[in-house]
Ligand binder design. Structure first.
Ligand code: DOR
Ligand code: ZN
Length: 431
């Protein structure tokens, strides 16, 4: 079955795309003959977003989210591939648990990659997982956050980095230093601090900085590929910038849309719906991160889709879990910024959300609109305007710190492996 997507606006130029089953067969100005045609009338076409940072849950936490609802959310947000974090129940820390995850992930209507999780006692299991050869990378939490095991011992961290290097896989770090946060928490136990407005003070920016410093030091010693996730402060970003200039190991960093487009002010209205780790920081931090997105220090934007139950999020600050859904808002927030301020180009958005994620993870034939690549395609109507109403989300997590925000540009079609109506996701393959 051949499909023609004609009159696409790709990076400002007109383009026709011929799709043959799962793959893009040809691109160009020719009206290629096909069995069916979609006239996109100048709508913006992008490679589908490859979101390297999602928490899909399922299994023991399917009340928070499962692969069916998460992948529906992905489709509506223009995301065609998700990479799933290991802090699930059970965690992705053994081959057996990895297999359990694969069995539920077949429900996904978008493509997926799976990370293994490091725990203080699973080095041997990690080796078996790496030998099997079908995971994206190893995730390390350097602080407690949500159903995760913490590793902060330098000697042990180094062993994990060495193992990842042996198998040429990236290490992905959640950089907040556990001991630092624990000691801060002890200083803020008074009832008056039981409010999300102190979240960024308790989970202090210094704790994040120290963890980034440690991760960079170890990666520099071992020489392996490191991806620092959800950088939230200006000084972490500056440190990463320096290492990128002088270090000689593959170093990548991610920023989330919420650390770019929100700041701690939103907590006044969003309350615990805006509780997230690392916390929302100041407007100055958000602006510094946006600067790094534009000048190229930031490699990827990941949603950190972290769904929780509404009732859980409505608990008092200390008991409410951290995280909120992001799959349905991430690409739209970037497109909105492009259409509204014109200070980020579509080309740069493509780089951050599909091309570079694919390069970092070495996924086969994804992340570009080129012949021979999978037809993972997102279409945006730049004229459409909509408001974030979390009640209408496809995720099970029906709350959002973006509630009521008006956005320009709407995802009107998401094609996965050449299929638009009822796509079936595949586990991605790696080069
Ligand atoms: O806010 C967060 N939520 N940060 C994390 O690191 C984990 C995530 C989750 O899984 O809920
Ligand atoms: Zn996360």
């Amino acid at each position: 079955m051949k499909k023609l997507l004609k009159n696409c606006n790709f990076n400002g130029s007109p383009l026709n795309l011929l799709i043959n089953n799962e793959y893009i067969e040809s691109t160009g100005s020719i009206l290629f003959p096909a069995d069916s045609e979609y006239d996109l009338k100048g709508k913006i076409v992008l490679p589908g977003m490859i979101d390297l940072h999602t928490h899909i849950r399922d299994l023991g936490q399917s009340y928070k989210e499962d692969w069916t609802t998460a992948s529906k959310a992905a489709l509506s947000g223009g995301v065609t591939t998700v990479f799933d974090m290991p802090n699930t129940v059970p965690p992705t820390d053994t081959l057996e648990h990895l297999e359990m995850k694969r069995q539920v992930a077949v429900k996904s209507s978008v493509n997926y990659g799976i990370y293994a999780g490091a725990t203080p006692h699973n080095l041997a299991d990690l080796r078996l997982i790496l030998e099997e050869g079908r995971i994206a990378g190893i995730k390390i939490f350097m602080a407690a956050s949500s159903s995760n095991e913490v590793i902060s011992d330098e000697h042990y961290l180094k062993k994990i980095f060495q193992l990842a290097k042996e198998f040429d896989k990236p290490v992905l770090t959640h950089c907040e230093l556990h001991s630092c946060i624990e000691s801060r928490e002890k200083q803020f136990t008074a009832p008056s601090y039981n409010s999300v407005k102190f979240h960024s003070i308790i989970r202090d920016r210094k704790c994040a900085y120290k963890a980034v410093k440690l991760a960079l030091k170890i990666a520099a010693e071992v020489g392996n590929s490191l991806m620092v996730l959800h950088v939230s402060t200006r000084e972490e970003m500056e440190l990463i910038r320096e290492y990128k200039q002088h270090g000689d190991f593959p170093l990548y960093c991610e920023v989330t849309p919420h650390h770019l487009f929100l700041d701690e002010e939103v907590l006044e209205t969003a309350g615990n719906f805006g509780k997230v780790n690392p916390p929302l920081r100041s407007r100055e931090d958000a602006d510094a991160l946006f600067g790094a997105v534009i000048d190229g220090v930031v490699d990827t934007i990941g949603s950190d889709h972290a769904p929780h139950g509404l009732k859980e999020k409505q608990l008092e600050y200390r008991k409410a879990p951290s995280g909120f859904p992001g799959l349905e808002t991430s690409l739209p927030l970037l497109i909105n910024r492009h259409l509204t301020n014109n200070d980020i180009s579509i080309e740069r958005i493509i780089e951050l959300t599909s091309r570079t994620p694919s390069i970092i993870m070495r996924t086969q034939k994804r992340g570009e609109l080129k012949p021979g690549y999978f037809a993972d395609i997102t279409v945006i109507d730049p004229e459409a305007q909509w408001s974030v109403v979390s009640e209408n989300f496809n995720t099970k997590a029906k709350y959002s710190p973006y509630e009521g925000m008006s956005l320009r540009g709407k995802v009107i079609m998401t094609m996965v492996n050449g299929e638009e109506k009822h796509p079936q996701g595949q586990e991605v393959m790696y080069d």
